[in-house]
Design a protein around this ligand. Structure first.
Ligand SMILES: Cc1cc2nc3c(=O)[nH]c(=O)nc-3n(C[C@H](O)[C@H](O)[C@H](O)COP(=O)(O)OP(=O)(O)OC[C@H]3O[C@@H](n4cnc5c(N)ncnc54)[C@H](O)[C@@H]3O)c2cc1C
Length: 443
């Protein structure tokens, strides 16, 4: 099991749990704290600040809460997690206990895997060669990370021969949403490991349930944050809000694209951190099949020997098969190839995935296909990517982003998590940590 195992599932009834139980509302022009963004970090921060007796206004640019954790029950008629699906690091993940205590079917992720070579399962020799290459890669990153080497995995991993593109994808794109040249070993080393869990009703459904009761002004984008004086002003499409403090939880992609203007400009270390703590790319090609032809049961992992790599970028995907028996298989693209596919359009990603599967399983792939859906988080203006990690040389950036500006402006979110970055749980805990700091600062 790798350090972050980006793997897990969905399914079933319990539709009533999916019902939105919160409501959007107009905001007050004056408040104690403005929270920008109603994803996992924003909701956690708002809930804790309100519990401490502060007046909190949450503004969300989109039409719903959840951000990158959201379950769609319409497209396939069963829960489909458009973003996060795995409840990573089950032992430390607060959504596991929350889900179980609130009637959700949260279960441990099985770890069955199937590796294909061409149109057949890998032989024992091939499987051994693959496992050894994968272990070599992980050992090299781990050694460099433990030694504090803020360099890319590509620069420390030995030649893996024919298995290089496959391992590159499974360790890079599939886990980190980046290829091996584009993240830092020492940043990777700070990530928590451990087994995963799934929520049968969808992780997004579970999250939305946990967000009940937190009032959010939906469809309200922050355009500018002015923090130079004794207070803070947040300019939105619907007017300006004056407050004592701001918690900004938008993604690193949104910050890098300068969709929110900070006045005065952010300190130099923050600006540099925003350039180096960059978004990787990760997208689902969700395929609903009327039969499971993979040869591995529900919630099993299908991967295959990837032979094509262009300039160090593997062209391939890995899949979570028949997630929780719903018939939906999540074929996931990650890294630069995921971005290339997103830019080429959803049809291109779908065609690529179906043709790769057809090479392995023949005509039954298209015969069994009922419906498909493809995500594009890369070009979503409210996200601009999948999740963030430090570029080589950027391992210091998470600390820099965690430091408040003038005890007025805080950043929270998955990228600012200590240890559980790139996860919903990490975003949630980052929101909680910042809420404590804001309470202390506001006395
Ligand atoms: C395809 C995919 C698969 C993933 N898989 C997993 C997984 O299996 N398990 C896991 O734990 N994590 C997974 N992740 C990562 C996880 O989804 C994120 O780490 C987490 O949801 C981030 O929460 P957040 O609150 O930091 O940010 P977000 O969820 O991005 O919340 C920020 C909010 O800010 C809003 N916003 C943006 N701009 C503005 C603005 N100008 N004004 C107001 N609001 C604004 C956004 O609409 C959004 O709602 C996945 C991510 C993706 C994309």
């Amino acid at each position: 099991m790798t350090r972050i195992s980006r793997r897990s599932a969905l399914a079933g009834g319990a539709a009533l749990l999916a019902a939105p139980l919160f409501a959007g509302r107009a905001f007050a022009a004056q408040t104690d704290v403005v929270v920008i963004g109603a994803g996992a970090a924003g909701i956690a921060a708002a809930r804790d600040l309100r519990a401490a007796g502060l007046d909190v206004t949450v503004i969300e640019a989109g039409p719903r809460v959840g951000g990158r954790v959201y379950t769609d029950t319409d497209t396939f008629g069963v829960p489909y997690d458009v973003g996060a699906h795995w409840l990573h690091t089950e032992s430390q993940n607060p959504f596991v206990a929350y889900g179980r205590a609130n009637g959700f079917d949260v279960y441990r992720a099985p770890d069955a895997e199937l590796m294909y070579v061409g149109d057949r399962p890998a032989t024992v020799e091939e499987q051994t060669a693959y496992s050894s290459a994968h272990a070599q890669a992980n050992r090299a990153i781990e050694r460099a990370g433990a030694a504090g080497q803020d360099v890319s995995p590509a620069s420390v991993i030995p030649d893996l021969g024919a298995w290089e593109p496959t391992v590159n994808f499974l360790v890079g794109g599939y886990e980190m949403a980046k290829d091996l040249a584009n993240f830092s070993c020492s940043d990777w080393y700070t990530g928590a490991g451990g087994g995963d869990a799934y929520c049968r009703e969808g992780f997004g459904t579970l999250f939305a349930h946990s967000a009940r009761g937190v009032d959010v002004s939906l469809n309200t984008a922050a355009r500018a944050v002015r923090f130079g004086g004794t207070g803070v002003e947040v300019e939105t499409d619907s007017g300006t809000i004056t407050a004592c403090a701001v918690v900004c939880t938008v993604s690193m992609g949104v910050l890098k694209a300068e969709k929110i203007v900070f006045d005065p400009p952010l300190p130099d270390d923050k600006q540099e951190a925003i350039q180096l703590l960059t978004m990787g790319h990760y997208n689902h090609v969700a395929l609903q099949f009327k039969e499971n032809f993979f040869g591995i049961g529900e919630d099993g992992y299908y991967s295959y020997k990837i032979d094509k790599s262009v300039d160090g970028v593997p062209h391939g995907f890995a899949a979570l098969v028949d997630a929780a028996g719903t018939g939906i298989t999540y074929c996931d693209l990650g890294g630069a190839f995921a971005k290339q596919m997103a830019d080429a359009g959803k049809e291109a990603a779908l065609d690529f995935t179906l043709s790769e599967l057809t090479k392995a399983f023949g005509s039954k792939v298209r015969d069994a296909l009922v419906k498909s859906s493809v995500t594009d988080w890369s070009n979503d203006p409210l996200t601009m990517g999948g999740y963030a990690s430090a570029e080589p040389g950027g391992a210091w950036t998470r600390d820099a982003m965690r430091r408040p500006v003038d005890d007025r402006l805080w950043f929270a979110g998955e990228a600012m998590s200590e240890g559980m970055w790139a996860t919903v749980a990490g975003a949630h805990m980052s929101g909680q940590a910042v809420a404590m700091q804001v309470r202390a600062a506001l006395g």
